[in-house]
Unconditional design. Sequence first.
Length: 82
Amino acid sequence: MNVQRGKLVSGGRLQLPVEIRRALSLSDGDTVLLEVVDGEIHVRPYRDAVARVQAKLRKYVEPGRSLSDELIAERRAAAENE
């Protein structure tokens, strides 16, 4: 993708061109992460950052094991013991 021109509008909001929103599969209301790197703003969808972290952590969990189910079970057991 070539360089696109955006615009800073009232309240410090950044208006992204439709081509960039489409390329990143962004819709109104989506959460993005903003990072300043060497004087540039990097924008990435939050969902992509979460997926990247999940992929990195997946290698530490045995197949078929659900950490979320284990956490829920632990919380329920703790609530019963209160």
